[in-house]
Design a protein around this ligand. Structure first.
Ligand code: C5P
Length: 393
């Protein structure tokens, strides 16, 4: 039994949301309905009240308590908006909050499942495409509309998806939120800095974004997350236990401390492989600085975890510029990993917040291409793939 918050927008397909409410109630879910003002022109709120067995809210101003949207979203397990109009998509994408439904969507921290329905021209308009892209980017599940007979008595794309497809999307969103419940996840992320003197260091261009997105997705799936994070300006999720470190040695110590009892450990950090053999206590003067820097190796954190692992599912990353998969498979074996995510960083791709392409490798020949996309989208695809792999193990 789940608590479903159902947002109904003002489109012809609003009547189909009534059948959806009934299906959810019949299978034992609790449904609370918020209707936009325009939705009430298509279907009376009494229909939803009767089907759900709960009062229907339509306005910020007619509820017994002063901020009804906050209480509703906090109590919900999933928030489904069916149908979502072009206007609703625009408001969701841009964060407008000018009625009860849009306020609730902005306040929600539960998974959002959005089923658009509208005229084909509106659906295909670049503004709507852009709004949908933004929502996908943010982790919202979009239940694509079907192509079929539309209210305008013509055939086109924009017909609300079938009820079973919407129910399946709600179930998938619910399952995802519970997938890592009670599990502990350790993630290393970001660069390290290896001091030459108090103001100079050796480092690299990593921003930690991939690890931060993996942490965010793990939290959304119910895990307790420890994020060991090197120096970065990218914000870490507040719900994670964030351990800030600077050098490879500090990162290694923090990772080892968080490793025992972890169900999954993922090393995304771009750890400096070398550090100055000597680090000066005072800023080195131009005039008497060394012409060459003597270097020594830093600890290989992932290999250290691999040598000690007992039951933890260990995942590494391989940023490669050539022979990607061969090099990654060699790392998989050598560092005793359960899986390795390979990305191509030739030309600088892979670092920063741009798009990425990831292939996941495991065992002797296991391989799954996770596609190309933002780190947000790839983090979800990676956790989906890890979930399947771990279930097999
Ligand atoms: O050997 P290589 O550096 O290419 O391996 C990359 C993987 O190993 C990444 O998962 C990275 O986070 C991890 N690593 C590490 N400690 C190092 C070097 C790499 O944990 N010193």
């Amino acid at each position: 039994m789940a608590r479903v918050l159902l947002g109904v927008c003002g489109g012809i397909a609003a009547y189909k949301a009534a059948a959806l409410t009934s299906a959810l109630v019949q299978r034992g879910d609790r449904v609370d309905v918020i209707m936009s003002e325009s939705a009430t022109h298509f279907v009376g709120s009494l229909t939803f009240a009767a089907l759900s067995g709960n009062p229907v809210l339509t306005s910020l101003w007619d509820a017994p308590e002063s901020i009804p949207h906050i209480a509703l979203v906090r109590a919900a397990d999933v928030f489904a908006i069916v149908p979502a109009t072009a206007n609703a998509l625009a408001k969701l994408a841009r964060g407008f909050a000018d009625d009860l439904l849009s306020n609730a969507a902005l306040a929600a921290r539960v998974p959002l499942v959005v089923a658009p329905a509208m005229n084909a021209a509106m659906y295909e308009h670049p503004a709507t495409r852009e709004n949908l892209r933004l929502l996908v980017e943010r982790g919202v599940t979009i239940v694509e509309p079907d192509t079929g007979f539309l209210a305008e008595r013509e055939t086109g794309v924009g017909r609300l998806a079938e009820r079973d497809a919407i129910l399946a999307a709600i179930d998938a969103a619910l399952a995802r939120t519970r997938e890592l419940t009670g599990q502990r996840v350790l993630i290393t992320a970001g660069p390290t800095r290896e001091a030459i003197d108090p103001v100079r260091f050796l480092s690299n261009a990593s921003t930690g974004t991939m690890g931060i997105e993996l942490a965010r997705e793990a939290l959304a799936r119910g895990a307790a997350v420890t994020l060991v994070l090197g120096p970065t300006l990218v914000a870490a999720p507040a719900e994670a236990h964030v351990v800030r470190v600077t050098s490879a040695q500090e990162m290694c110590d923090a990772a080892l401390a968080g490793f025992s009892g972890a169900d999954v450990a993922i090393a995304t950090a771009a750890v400096a492989d070398w550090r100055p053999a000597e680090s000066y206590a005072q800023k080195v003067k131009k005039s008497d600085g060394p012409a060459t820097l003597a270097l020594e190796r830093t600890p290989d954190i992932l290999a250290t975890l691999g040598a000690r692992k007992a039951g933890t599912f260990l995942v590494g990353f391989a940023a490669e510029t050539e022979n990607h998969e061969r090099n990654a498979r060699e790392k998989l074996q050598r560092k005793h990993l359960d899986a390795i995510a390979v990305n191509d960083v030739s030309g600088g791709a892979g670092f920063g917040t741009g798009d990425d392409e990831i292939v996941l490798l495991w065992g002797d020949a296991g391989r799954k291409a996770l596609g190309t996309g933002s780190k947000r989208v790839l983090a979800r695809a990676l956790w989906d793939a890890l979930d399947v792999l771990r279930a097999r193990n």
